[in-house]
Design a binder for this molecule. Structure first.
Ligand SMILES: Cc1cc2nc3c(=O)[nH]c(=O)nc-3n(C[C@H](O)[C@H](O)[C@H](O)COP(=O)(O)OP(=O)(O)OC[C@H]3O[C@@H](n4cnc5c(N)ncnc54)[C@H](O)[C@@H]3O)c2cc1C
Length: 488
């Protein structure tokens, strides 16, 4: 009964309108731009369906008893939060932390919204019912969700309603007894190629008068009028799995989504023409917390992987015993442990939110702000350790098949601890992770996926306990005075 990779693969053959390289894709599961990455996404469901993993990865849906991903489980205490995290962590490990929008990211947003359904009740009983019903539907069908919640860049100094040209930012253009109709674009649909449905919403603030832009709706990827315009596929450009072990399989893709008069039934409209609710849905619920907690879990795994690569490079290049290299590796290890410790801390210092137990919001915000700075530092340190070895590589795995070239590879790709093939394999992996177009996109992703730095640092500012910090200073300053005015 549990969802498998095969089930998911089949569900993606739904007539969705995805465009790449001037063409509409007839089947994303077979197209060279997506096919391997689609299978990696499907592999997540096979992982949870494996009998040995069933208990760790799934739980019984409270409505029909079907085993579904633990991402849908709403924790009531720290133990349940940790159990849920262990499932998310296992999924991240299956992709070396390289898929940001695995099903647990937006699934977590929806779960966080559902935890805060009181905010939706204030918004209106129909919208609260739509949320509750959709949450149950998504959970019981173990849907793969992604989202588009950012307006396309055009003129960031102007409001959504005041952008140059027409029909840029997705907005409500019509409504009737069946639902709303939306028109316009959103960025940047990561993983939507292999998602079942997407959340269309807004994270950026809106002003009174911009109600047309203030909506949240759940839309199947094959909805009439929904068009996804893919960026360049790194998977298609990957020479082989040996040459590009990550981009050939974990290219989660990003796409501009254009809604060409897409009709959305009322039961899928969660926020309707309310600029305050458009913000409250993230912050008065625990949507923002749960989705970004998932990001920190994934980053924790990815850092462990990258630091493993760094250590292996140091060993293969015979530099591991230099004190300076150990110092660099030590600092890298400290950075990885920093994020890991924050994940554990946000669980241990978790908060009650109604009947639920959720990660600590202040620690989570701190972790996000630190991560944006930390990731580029990790990439730079890896580059410093690796030197020209990232480039001093055979053009492709095919070179090994040519005896003349293979003999030179054997003479030039040397190490005291690795064979020439092992050496090439490691450095190609390292380059794919941090230097290739895929690796470079990852750098951009880690810096921006949760908003520009002024947004994430704004959250860290907002959720810090300033009263405690200032109170400490006030208390200390009250313990002394001008000379001659000392208190007894
Ligand atoms: C690889 C990748 C994947 C993504 N995936 C998704 C996804 O799945 N779903 C989704 O909805 N979004 C996604 N995003 C979008 C992401 O959320 C945005 O990139 C992020 O919110 C920042 O918005 P922006 O890119 O428009 O940058 P901008 O908001 O335009 O900011 C860019 C820079 O402009 C300056 N700036 C802009 N505004 C101000 C201001 N008010 N004050 C001062 N300086 C300012 C800052 O220097 C800032 O760093 C993704 C982004 C990337 C790069």
């Amino acid at each position: 009964m549990v969802k498998t990779g095969r089930d998911h693969l089949r569900s993606l053959r739904d007539g969705r309108a995805v465009y790449i390289d001037a063409e509409r894709v007839s089947d994303v599961t077979e197209h060279p731009a997506f096919r391997r990455s689609v299978r990696s996404a499907c592999g997540l469901y096979d992982h949870q369906a494996a009998p040995a993993n069933l208990e760790t990865m799934t739980f019984a849906s409270p409505t029909n008893g079907r085993r579904v991903s633990r991402l849908w489980q709403l924790p009531h205490n720290q133990r349940e939060l940790v159990e849920r995290r262990q499932a998310l962590q296992a999924w991240a490990e299956a992709t070396c932390g390289m898929i940001g929008r695995s099903p647990d990211h937006v699934g977590s947003s929806l779960a966080g919204m559902y935890m805060g359904r009181k905010a939706f009740e204030k918004h209106g009983p129909k919208r609260a019912k739509a949320l509750a019903d959709y949450f149950t539907y998504a959970r019981d069908n173990d849907l793969y969700l992604s989202y588009v919640i950012i307006n396309p860049q055009a003129d960031r100094s102007k409001a959504a309603s005041n952008q140059p040209g027409e029909d840029l930012v997705a907005r409500i253009v019509d409504e009737d007894a069946q639902g709303i109709t939306i028109r316009g674009a959103k960025m940047l649909g990561t993983s939507i190629i292999f998602a079942n449905e997407i959340m269309v919403s807004g994270f950026m603030g809106l002003q009174a008068g911009e109600e047309d832009f203030a909506f949240t709706a759940m839309v199947p990827m094959n909805a009439k009028g929904l068009k996804a315009f893919s960026r360049k596929s790194y998977e298609a450009a990957a020479v082989s799995v040996f040459d590009n072990p990550l981009s050939s399989r974990f290219d989660e893709n990003d796409a501009i989504v254009y809604f060409e008069d897409v009709k959305i039934p009322w039961e899928r409209v969660l926020v309707y023409r309310d600029v305050q609710m458009a913000q409250a849905q993230w912050h008065d619920t625990r949507a923002h917390v749960l989705q970004n907690y998932q990001c920190q879990i994934r980053l924790m795994v990815k850092l462990r992987f990258l630091i493993g690569v760094a250590r292996k490079i140091a060993e293969v290049n015979g530099i591991i015993n230099y004190p300076q290299v150990r110092e660099t590796l030590g600092l890298l290890a400290a950075k990885a442990v920093n994020i890991e410790a924050m994940v554990i801390a946000m669980e241990a210092a978790g908060e009650k939110f109604g009947e639920y137990y959720v990660p600590n919001r202040s620690i989570l915000s701190a972790s996000q702000a630190i991560a944006q700075q930390l990731y580029p530092e990790v990439v730079e340190a890896l580059r410093m350790l690796a030197g020209g070895g990232l480039i001093m590589l055979p053009s492709s795995a095919a070179d090994f098949g040519n005896p003349e070239i293979a003999s030179v590879i054997g003479k030039t790709q040397r190490s005291s601890v690795a064979t020439p093939t092992e050496r090439v394999k490691l450095f190609k992996l390292a380059w794919d992770a941090i230097g290739s177009e895929f690796g470079s996109r990852h750098l951009q992703y880690e810096i921006f996926y949760s908003g520009p730095t002024f947004v994430t640092r704004g959250h860290a500012y907002r959720f810090y306990d300033w009263d405690a910090a200032k109170g400490m200073v006030d208390g200390f300053m009250a313990s002394y005075d001008l000379p001659g005015e000392e208190r007894p």
